[in-house]
Design a protein around this ligand. Sequence first.
Ligand code: ATP
Ligand code: MG
Length: 585
Amino acid sequence: MLTRMSEFFVRTLREDPADAEVPSHRWLVRAGYIRRTAPGIYTWLPLGLRVLRRIEAIAREEMAAIGSQEVHFPALLPSEPYKQTNRWVEYGDNLFRLKDRKGADLLLGPTHEEMFTLLVKDMYSSYKDLPLSIYQIQNKYRDEARPRAGILRGREFVMKDSYSFDIDDEGLAASYEKHRAAYIRIFDRLGFDYAIVRAMSGPMGGSRSEEFLAVAENGEDTFVRSPGGYAANVEAVRVAAPEPLDFSDVPQAQVRETPDVPSIDALVQLSNERYPREDRAWQGDDTLKNILFKVIEPDGTTHPLAIGLPGDREIDEKRLEAALEPAEAVPFTDEDFAAHPHLVKGYIGPRALGETSESKVRYLVDPRVVTGTVWISGADEAGRHVYDLVAGRDFTPDGVIDVAEVREGDPAPDGSGPLTLARGIEMGHIFMLGRKYAESLGLKVLDQNGKLVTVTMGSYGVGISRAVAAVAEYTCDDKGLAWPRSVAPFDVHVLATGKGDDIRTEATRIATELSEAGLEVLFDDRKASPGVKFADAEILGMPTSVVVGRGLKDGLVEIRDRRSSERRDVAVADVVAQVLDEVRG
Ligand code: ATP
Ligand code: MG
């Protein structure tokens, strides 16, 4: 196909959009690929749509290669299935809900597990029909709290979501592996540097789950890796609990005066000055700090929660969010403290906490707080702390919660060495859902013995529209977009620069021949200066350009490579063959 710039629906902008936070957003808007319609909601212009369609095509090819079949659900969905699985409530404010004229609840699908489960239930009834894998490429709707970076985190976005249906666990494991392999091929073709990391299943439920993260400094996800091959999203890191310690030699707990210690550092300093110990100095991780939250359940009910963790660590908000999902936690306010007179703000110790204590506040501790560990903690009186407080002797928490920050250098939970931290953009997520949805929606089939059994499922998502932004983010430079061949909206950009009929005639011939040979050709035939055309070609970012201009009088045209900036003159007669070679690799 030959597309003439003089007729093409595109406008490049000289200014950055005011809300652009990351380069991909800036360039996709400036190059006329997308246009903001509302916060987190974008219109695809012809160029952007071409990239989107190419990424969709890659996903379709790889889904077909594992035998997955395409279907297409509506985005406007009835609420009943989502009420049945409780996601109508659990999704909280992220769900776009609406009512029809009769007052019935509807929603805009944030993801489609319920609908796929019911569809298979409708159509299939025997083990002979399984395994099955079906997918769609669909717009999803989520009222994200922080839509960000253009289409990277939108409120409407395009997802490829597939679902597998199997009769038993081995079947599910095989379906999961097939999808994992397909995802590796998809992301290899998109050219990302990506990591496959352990993930939390979150409100999806289920057992095994992994994310495909494009490694990127400005990514929103933090993940860890060890030299021995451990890789996990920080939310999914489970700290290995140390063995319980023998505490028979630890003296009795004592309350000591600790005036004016507004911070852990101040407490440590005062302890070393006033109460030094012989073997080593007190440190932050000798202290046990207790932080209070109000937990809000999806149905609106609330309860207090105290979290105890070593004083040198902070709570990681994302880990806390993931651990409590679908409930949310907000810090205790002065009002909340007033309602709990047993809790002395700044001096809360483990002995005032726990479901069996007077406060009745649920008390969960970091996995490092095992039986026999010795702590300095609040004495539940202003200006005092308790020393030699032993877990399992002087206090017993209600349970464990693994939400402390993970640090560079922390040991990997599987013993595979020290962790390093990196950031990434979540591009894909695969889940072994198991029987959760099939159970709540009653998807059963007859097995070989004529017995009804519940089907086991997997669910697998790729952020297709996010991938447009992520590929752009990886490849753009300070001049504009620079697409890899696998997803570029056009294979080649032909520019006619300079006046003269022969330039125009020759450029038209080259563009036409390339197009007839099967390439997607963008032809800059506008009456604009060479400077404008060169700048636009750099912003738009086609991998290869052919410049027909001044050199033509010597029988030469120029081939430019957008990504390497390499330029070379070639004889007019050879240019079509050379470009075809390059594009077809
Ligand atoms: P995130 O943690 O980034 O919010 P998620 O875990 O909620 O994503 P999933 O439900 O796993 O997302 O969705 C599958 C894929 O859809 C994600 O891996 C991501 O690539 C994409 N995706 C999710 N939310 C958005 C969004 N708001 N905008 C664009 N793509 C998204
Ligand atoms: Mg996810």
